[in-house]
Design a protein around this ligand. Structure first.
Ligand SMILES: *[C@@H]1O[C@H](CO)[C@@H](O)[C@H](O)[C@H]1NC(C)=O
Length: 208
């Protein structure tokens, strides 16, 4: 009787120890993978022109991206789209400001159009990338060619988005726009152009 009880106790203790060992191993694995996911983003961002901004924008996507470079690029494009929409709504608010000169109104209107183009180009890139990402593991030569062709289009659209963002502030070079309006628009545009240029540089590093 006593021996059976001891036997039972031994098995019980063994089980408890095993379960807790497994639990803590799982916790360690998940925390080490989550830090390796953060590291993946940091390392990828270090190849961009604005690494700090890149990491700031993308670190919250670590659990989505894991260590998938295609997902990283998609997230970078989504953030670029968000930033372009933010810039666009800021400029739209400023365009409704009272007391703008005619020249200011014209330049701001042009800027809104540029941002709309940029938003369209980013949306198109995101759609195309989502399609391509799923088939990127294929090794057939025909598929590789197709991916190469589609990626060339994505790069063209993202470059065009950057050009449109930059063009937005071109009209500000002269003295036709007041300093206050200029600086508000400019900082928002500089931000979106940097974020988009980081996205392009991540896309340029993709292997396919
Ligand atoms: C866009 O604006 C929202 C709301 O103000 C903000 O939470 C978000 O961080 C902004 N995103 C970017 C990329 O600038």
């Amino acid at each position: 009787m006593e021996a059976t009880n001891l036997h039972f106790l031994a098995i019980f203790l063994l089980l408890v120890t095993n379960v807790s060992a497994i639990t803590s191993a799982a916790a360690a694995a998940s925390s080490s993978s989550s830090s390796s996911y953060s590291n993946f983003i940091k390392t990828s961002c270090s190849t961009t022109t604005y690494p700090k901004l890149c990491n700031q924008c993308l670190s919250s996507y670590a659990s989505v991206v894991r260590s998938n470079p295609w997902k990283l690029c998609n997230s970078a494009l989504s953030v670029s789209l968000q930033a372009a929409r933010n810039a666009s709504s800021l400029v739209a608010v400023l365009s409704n400001q009272r007391g703008l000169t005619k020249a200011e109104a014209t330049i701001i209107k042009g800027c809104i159009e540029n941002l709309e183009d940029s938003i369209d180009e980013l949306k198109r890139s995101i759609k195309a990338m989502a399609r391509i990402g799923g088939s990127s593991t294929s090794s057939s030569a025909a598929k590789k060619n197709k991916v190469g062709f589609q990626m060339a289009s994505v790069k063209t659209w993202v470059s065009a988005a950057i050009t449109d963002e930059d063009t937005c502030t071109d009209g500000f070079a002269g003295r036709k726009v007041s300093a206050g309006v200029k600086s508000k628009i400019r900082s928002s545009i500089v931000n979106v152009a940097r974020i988009t240029s980081n996205a392009l540089s991540l896309i340029n590093h993709l292997n396919y």
